[in-house]
Ligand binder design. Structure first.
Ligand code: SF4
Length: 147
């Protein structure tokens, strides 16, 4: 029988793919899914390299956009394309664990800013919004649930 498959944010697995070139490895995440086939996921590093400029979720005209912090580039569509390409390659998934607070991976924990950079609320990263509509019925959890 084939193993169940879990998508996990690559930085939680020990990959040095964060914006600052570091990782956020959490052993208990791997431990919780040791019976699964693990599929690493990181939409930012392949697009923008590591280390890279930070990005944030910014509310613009009632829409959430992903904007680079310093150069103020809108990278929403690039990220959407990257995430969609991942989804197309990985349609048969049983579980998803994503890194909290990230503009890509955070679920309900990501700061949403206004165009002046002020905090508005906590919400989802862009990958969570897309995963929720494509992987219907699969609960997305973050690393905190595995501690
Ligand atoms: Fe990549 Fe997501 Fe980790 Fe950010 S939180 S480094 S986008 S896997």
């Amino acid at each position: 029988m084939s193993k169940k498959r879990v998508v996990i944010s690559a930085c939680l697995l020990g990959e040095l793919c964060r914006y600052d070139g570091k990782t956020k490895k959490i052993k208990s995440v791997v431990e919780a899914f040791k019976e699964y086939e693990i599929i690493p996921f990181c939409p930012e590093a392949p697009l923008f390299g590591t280390p890279r400029e930070r990005i944030s979720v910014v509310e613009i005209e009632d829409e959430h956009r992903i904007i680079t912090d310093e150069s103020k580039r809108d990278v929403t569509q690039q990220l959407k394309n990257e995430i969609l390409s991942f989804i197309k390659k990985n349609q048969d998934i049983d579980a998803i664990v994503l890194k909290s607070k990230s503009p890509s991976c955070g679920k309900g924990t990501t700061p949403i800013l206004n165009t002046q950079g002020d905090f508005l609320s906590y919400g989802n990263g862009i990958a969570v919004d897309m995963f929720e509509s494509f992987y219907e019925g699969i609960e997305i959890i973050d690393e905190v649930k595995c501690l």
